[in-house]
Design a protein around this ligand. Sequence first.
Ligand code: NOJ
Length: 731
Amino acid sequence: MHTSELKKLLSSMSLEEKIGQLVQLPGNLQQGGLITGPAGNFDLTEEELRLSGSYLSMVGASQLRQLQTEYMARHPHHIPLIFMADVINGYRTAFPIPLAQGCTFRPDLVEEGARVAAKEASAAGLHVTFSPMADMVHDARWGRVMESTGEDAYLNGCMAAAMVRGYQGNLTDRGTIAACLKHFAGYGGAEGGRDYNSVELSCRTLREEYLPAYKAALDAGCAMVMTSFNTLDRIPSTANRWLMRDVLRDEMGFAGVLISDWAAVAELINHGVAEDAAAAAKLAIEAGVDMDMASPCYIKYMKKLVEEGTVSPDLIDQGALRVLELKNLLGLFENPYRFLDEADEEKLILCEEHRLSARRCAEASFVLLKNEQQALPLSSQEKVAVIGPYMNAQTLCGSWAVFAEEKDVYNLQDALLRQQGPENLSFAPGCPMVDPSEQLVGFKCPVAQEQMDLEAALQEAVSLAKAADKVVLALGEHKECTGEAASRGDITLPACQLRLLDEVCKVNENVIVVLFCGRPLDIHALNERAKAILVAWLPGTEGGPALSRTLYGHAAPTGRLSMAFPYAVGQLPLHYTHLKTGRPYNGNPALRFVSRYQDMPNHPLYPFGHGLTYTSFRYSPVQLSNTLLKKGESLTASVIVENTGSRPGTETVQLYIRDQVGSVARPVKELKGFDYITLRPGEEGTVSFTITEEMLRFWNIDMKYTSEPGEFIVFLGPDSQTENAASFTLC
Ligand code: NOJ
C-alpha cells in the first residue's frame, strides 16, 4: 500500500480502532499463548478484543492462520494482526545463548543464526522478534547478561547489526521477520546487577558506551525498538521524552514503531511517576511510546484521555500510522498470513541444515580458558570418565529459547557415545545440578530437583574417576539461574558441584572442566584445580555434538570471551574499558595509596577477548604504515601472526586503541576491530586494520562528538590485556 492509502485508511478509522493498533495483548488471553511476564488482569470487552491489533508470544502456523482469519473477518476495516514473540537464540533449533554468540567474534555466523531463526519463526506465523538485545553489560550478577553479546560496545554493535541483517534480509524475502531492538536504553546498567533496578549513568557514558550498539542495529535497518524497564537519570525509559524523542528519533533517526516492554507502561505507577493507569498512558504516549505491550493502560484509558482533551489526538494518529506502516512494510495488507506455511513449518523446523548451522555456531562459541599440559583434545585411546550434572542434561538452550524443546536437544553423553563408542567412556552425574536446599522458580516452570541419593551418587562418580585416565567434569549453573529475573549475588557454582570437584580431584589429577553457564562465573577456586577449562555456555540444540567434536579435536575451540570472568564477585561491575585513574596500580603490592583491592587482584581471572585453542601463535611487533594521521586520511596497522604449534588453528586478532591524553578521562583501551586468520603449523600470515580519524572520536569536554589531536597507542594482540603496541599522532 502506498503511504497516501495508509493515511486514507487511518482517516477512516474510529478513535477506538486507532487505539487498538497501539495495543499488544499477551498471548495468554488467547489459548496457547506463552507468558513471559506478569499476567495482568485485562478484563477486556468484546470490542476491545476485536480491535486490539497485535499479539505477543503466540506461534504455530495453523493456530495463527485461524486467529488471523477470524480476527480480520470481525475487524471493521479488516486490518490484520501483527504477531510478535521472543525469538532470541533460535526458534525451535536453538543456537548458543547470545553471550556465547558474542564469543564467536564472527558476525557472519551470528547473522546466519538469525536467518535460520527467522525462517523457522516466519513459517510458524511470526512477524516480529524481540531481538537483538544490544544492552551493554558489565555485571555478571545480572541474569540477563546471557541475552547480551557482552561487555564491549563495538562487539555488541557488530553482533546486533548482524542479527538485524539475518532476521530481516530485505523483509520482502521469504523467511524473514522484522527485528525489534531492545531495551532502550541502558537496561544492562542495573545497579547491583539486580534485574529491573535503577540505572545511574552519566550522559557521556550513556552516549559513549551504551548507545553505539543500539545505533549499529538501527543503522542496519532495525524495524522496531522496545523501551527498557529501568530509570535513567531517575526517569523511567517508558516515560522519558528526551530519550525517546530527542535521542532515539531526532538524533538517531529512528522512524519505526516504539513498543514498551511487558507492562512497562503500567509500571510507571510502581516507579512513582504516575498516580494511576491513565496518567501512565499519558506519560508513555507523550514520551513517544507507540505500542503498549501487555498492560491495560492504552486500551482502557486512552480514549477518555483523548476525548477529554488530556492527550492530543495527533499522538494517536502518529502512533497508529507507524503501526500501519509496519504492517504494510511486512506486506500484511496484501497477504495477512505472510510466510506462515504449515508445510514449511514441518519441513524447516529442526531440519539438518539448521541443526548443522547451530552446531557450527556452538563450536565457534566455546572458549578454552586454560589447557595445561595439553589436557585437551582427548585421544580415543584414553579412558575418560564423564561426570557431573551436565553430562546428560537436556537443558542446554537457555531460558530465552522459549520455543525450543528439551526433547530435541542432543546431549553430551549421547553425542560422545555416538562419536566414540562406549569402550573408553564411563558416565555418572555425581550430584544434582542445583543444591537441594535451593528452591528455584523459573518464569516458565518450577525447576525440578533431582531425587538423588547424594552420597551414593558421589561415590559412584569418584570410583569412575579413579579408574579413568582423564575426567571430563560437566559442571554449571541451571538454565533458570540465568536470564530474566535471575540475578544472583553469589556467582560461584552450587556447593554440591564444588564438593564433587574436590572429591574427583583427589583421585584423578587430569580433570577437564566443561562449564555450562549463562554468565561468567566466579571460578577462581575451580581454576586452581582443573587442568583445562572449556566454557560451553548454554550451547543450544546441538550442544552435545559440538562439544564431543571439540573435546576430541575434530573441531578446535576458537571462541574469545565477550565478557570477562571476574576473579570474584567483589570486582563487579567490571570492564576492560575502564577509565585511567589518578592513582593507577602498577602491580607493585608494596604501594598502598593506589587504586587496588587489598584482598584480590584488580584484573579479572580471564579478560575480555581471551581464549586459547589447540595450537599456539606468535605475534610480531605492531607495524604502522605511518606515525602521523591527518583528518580524512587513514593508516594501516598490521601484525604478522605465526602458528607455532603442531596443529592447524584459527586466531582472532584484536585491535585496541588508547587515546593518551583527552579533554576528559579516556578508557585505557577500546576495541576498534577484529579479524581472524587460519594458519597451518609453521605458517605465518599478516592481519591488517585500517585506522581512520572517525574511529578516534569521543564525547569531549564540550559534549561534542569529535577527535582531539595527540598521541594514540595501537594494540594488536590476542586479548584485551595485550601490550603489543605502537603509537601514532593525530594531527
Ligand atoms: C520482558 C523482557 O524484558 C523483554 O525482553 C521481552 O521481549 C518481553 N518481556 C516480551 O516477552
